[in-house]
Write a protein that binds this ligand. Structure first.
Ligand code: SIN
Length: 287
């Protein structure tokens, strides 16, 4: 069977129709959707009525799974712990005074998922279970394009440089459990990654920034690192290289965490949003 793959028309993203992620997928189908994911960076499957078991089963056909981010809400404090530890809940819903998931209803800043660990996931798979009528769109920026469009002088300034990706705060701006506020970004905990990442599967170079908050380019004076990061972030979030996804219940999005960054719009805290996510293991990030 040949999958129907429809590009979004933006700088990244494609929709794949007629696939039931809860059903049997042949090796050929998995290969086709993997190829589409590598090419379009974000792929969307509509109308998926799957449970967590099927989400995990599908994700495992792409790669091994990571556990979700640590320290956002202690697992024991969750009102609704997922039965499967690989599933991470993103939600603003409060049950018995306790959040059932992470990130609340505010804006989530541009980021790469879990870039504050040495080997971040290569992909995230996000299933929309409940969504608000308005807001909460998720935008994705193409970091191959961001790099390709950098002014030559800016490109020269970042060649060979590494940045620290701070692990203290969530993308919603909350201090993680057990972390302390950062007073000196040169000493922030996290992971070091090259600013220009060679994607191990496509062989293409992409800008790899993680997130802006507490980012620091190693070896530079703080003022120079801040100035350079501000310039880079302005370049990589231009509308021309962004795809904005308006969610429908049942959507499953899978993105390539090595060559896209994403952010989420805020939404009415009085409405409900429940998303279930898996994270696919890092492979050869630095190879
Ligand atoms: C995330 O994975 O960062 C969350 C995106 C979203 O809530 O849409």
């Amino acid at each position: 069977m040949q999958l129907q793959i429809t590009p979004t028309g933006s700088a990244l993203g494609a929709e794949i129709c007629d696939v039931d992620l809860g059903g049997y997928l042949s090796d050929r189908a998995i290969e086709q959707l993997r190829t589409a994911w590598l090419k379009h960076c974000v792929i969307c499957f509509r109308d998926q009525t799957i449970g967590d078991e099927e989400l995990v089963h599908f994700s495992r056909q792409i790669g091994d799974l990571e556990l979700g981010p640590a320290g956002e809400i202690p697992q024991a404090d969750r009102a609704l712990a997922p039965k499967l530890p690989e599933v991470w809940i993103i939600s603003n819903v409060i049950k018995n005074d306790v959040p059932i998931g992470s990130l609340g209803s505010g804006e989530a800043e541009w980021h790469t998922d879990m870039s504050y660990v040495d080997r971040p996931p290569i992909a995230s798979v996000l299933h929309a279970r409940e969504i608000p009528d308005v807001g909460a769109d998720t935008s994705f920026a193409n970091m191959y394009e961001a790099l390709a469009r950098l002014p030559p002088d800016l490109l020269e300034r970042i060649k060979g440089r590494f940045a620290n990706h701070d692990s203290s705060y969530t993308s919603a701006g909350d201090l993680r459990v057990g972390a302390t506020p950062i007073v000196d970004i040169t000493r922030a905990p996290g992971a070091h990654h090259p600013l220009i990442l060679c994607h191990p599967e496509s062989g293409r170079d992409a800008l790899f920034l993680g997130r802006r908050t507490n980012g620091y380019i190693l070896g530079l004076p703080v003022e120079e690192s801040e100035e350079l990061l501000d310039l880079l972030w302005a370049e990589c979030t231009r509308d021309e290289i962004v795809y904005r996804h308006q969610w429908r219940v049942g959507d499953v999005l899978m993105w390539d965490n090595r060559c896209v960054i994403h952010r989420r719009d805020e939404f009415d805290p009085g409405s409900r949003r429940i998303m279930h996510r898996t994270q696919i293991n890092a492979r050869n990030l630095r190879d």
